[in-house]
Ligand binder design. Structure first.
Ligand code: AMP
Ligand code: ZN
Length: 469
């Protein structure tokens, strides 16, 4: 397996620290609002990485944090006249609901910053003891970037340019920094803000320290994969490396993976710019699996522009897979011969070859766009091969092929209860009874009712078949 590593700017062969086990950390959201579909891009992508690693036989320990203490959370709490904990708790719950709807597997653990303050104080103390951090007059603790000789190794930035840029931007209150690139590890409390007691002052942590602490606590000093959106490379991940490596003296993460932005009109979707759709907005209109398929339709390192046309195309693609699988389910309900024919064996062989191609493209830095094309290729083959003469074995194996690959992408393709299977079947039965009783008006009424809900009925000699429009 090859992974593109931001740190070396190269594709590298994937080797784990421990045989068969992957330690993975993905930076999670700051919880002050519903997540937007830009935030959903890393969630869906890294969940797919995790699923592919599992499918490849690895055990995966997957940690993703919630930043639940932050200026934006405090601002929102003040606006609503509640504690900031009320805001963060609410949006953590809502975020978990959105992730579940997008079929993102629950993390091994989702640590919260406010529950890890002791660990942060410990790590900051170690950094001070080792000479990598200093305390300013007002109790603010800064990381001294000049002391960490590898500072800048992830983002490949010219630090001298950055330093002079920062100097020009210098704001009052930051004058205590010894170097423009030094960053806050701990800062004094302000009136009305949540705070914790520390050896330096009553206050709260800077943003970067939480990820170093949580990943050390739940995964160990060294991890395999660290992920997040590309906006996190600098300064967040650069600072995480500085903190963790200054503390442990060991390489923090072996593979740094960053997804490109989800854009809208070619601009980054973001809360602050106001050009966003929440996951809620989108799943009101589309099945969440359509959003998932859309996200995976581009390589993760390429920007993806959100548009109605692309969502409609993703919807059509999704329905093609679902209809193929539900057609197999329908055929499996009838009496079928059990033995594979030679022609069917050939088709199964081709499906297997497509699965190997799927493995190859996913092993090549998670090319999900090509992986989806493999699923569509399987669907085309199965659609032309499956019919009322198909054997049971063929239908079952063909279904398994398509479901296995879809599942690696986290795309559920079997009709779920949400689509109202039981209700649809009940209405179909009622329509059959009405027809038998020659009550054609009622039978037509039911057909139209289903059509309004996007369900198309087809009368075949085997009975009534249905599919989504
Ligand atoms: P935040 O809540 O802003 O810290 O973001 C949480 C995660 O979402 C981080 O990994 C960000 O890099 C990522 N993210 C935010 N906006 C976008 C976007 N428009 N496209 C892709 N990733 C994003
Ligand atoms: Zn982080």
């Amino acid at each position: 397996m090859q992974i593109y590593n931001t740190k070396t700017k190269k594709l590298e062969e994937f080797k784990t620290l421990e045989p068969g086990k992957v330690r993975m950390y993905v930076c999670g959201p700051t919880v002050y609002n519903f997540i937007h579909i830009g935030n959903a891009r890393p969630m869906i992508f890294f969940d797919t990485v995790r699923r592919f690693l599992l499918y490849s036989g690895y055990e995966v320990n997957y940690v993703s944090n919630f930043t639940d203490v932050d200026d934006k959370i405090i601002k929102k709490a003040i606006e609503e006249g509640v504690d900031s904990e009320v805001i963060s708790k609410r949006y953590i719950e809502e975020c978990l609901k959105d992730m579940a709807s997008l079929n993102v597997m629950p993390a091994t653990i989702n640590p919260k910053a406010t529950e890890e303050i002791d660990g942060m104080i410990d790590m900051i103390s170690t950094l001070i003891e080792k000479g990598y951090a200093y305390v300013a007059a007002d109790g603010t603790v800064y990381f001294s970037t000049r002391k960490f000789k590898d500072y800048g190794k992830l983002s490949h930035k010219n630090l001298d340019d950055l330093r002079s840029g920062e100097r020009a931007l210098k704001v009052s209150g930051e004058d205590q920094k010894q170097d423009p690139l030094d960053f806050v590890l701990w800062k004094p409390k302000k009136e009305g803000e949540p705070f914790w007691t520390s050896p330096w002052c009553d206050g709260r942590p800077g943003w970067h320290i939480e990820c170093s602490v949580m990943s050390k606590k739940y995964l160990g000093e060294q991890i395999d994969i660290h992920g997040g959106g590309e906006d996190l490379v600098f300064p967040h991940h650069e600072n995480e490396i500085a903190q963790s490596e200054a503390c442990s003296g060991k390489e923090f993460a072996n593979y740094w993976m960053h997804n490109a932005f989800l854009n809208i009109n070619n601009h980054k979707m973001s809360k602050s710019a106001g050009n966003f759709f929440t996951v809620r907005d989108i799943v009101e209109k589309y099945d969440p699996m359509v959003l998932r398929l859309f996200m995976l339709s581009a390589h993760y390192r390429s920007p993806l522009n959100f548009s109605d046309e692309l969502m409609e195309a993703a919807k059509a693609s999704y329905e093609r897979i679902v209809n193929c699988v539900s057609n197999i389910d329908f055929l499996l309900k009838g009496e079928r011969v059990s033995n594979l024919s030679d022609a069917e064996s050939e088709v199964l062989k081709s499906l297997e070859q497509i699965r190997e191609k799927f493995n190859d493209v996913m092993n090549d830095d998670f090319n999900t766009a090509d992986a989806l094309s493999c699923i569509f290729e399987q669907v085309r083959l199965v659609n032309s091969a499956a019919n009322e003469e198909s054997s049971k074995e063929f239908l079952e194996k063909a279904k398994k092929e398509i479901c296995t690959l879809s599942d690696v992408c986290g795309i559920t393709v079997e009709r779920t209860q949400e689509l109202g299977d039981a209700d649809i079947e009940k209405l179909i039965e009622e329509r059959q009874a009405a027809r038998k009783a020659k009550n054609f008006a009622r039978a037509d009424e039911i057909r139209n009712e289903l059509l309004e809900k996007g369900i198309i009925l087809e009368d075949t000699r085997e009975g009534v078949k249905w599919k989504k429009a």
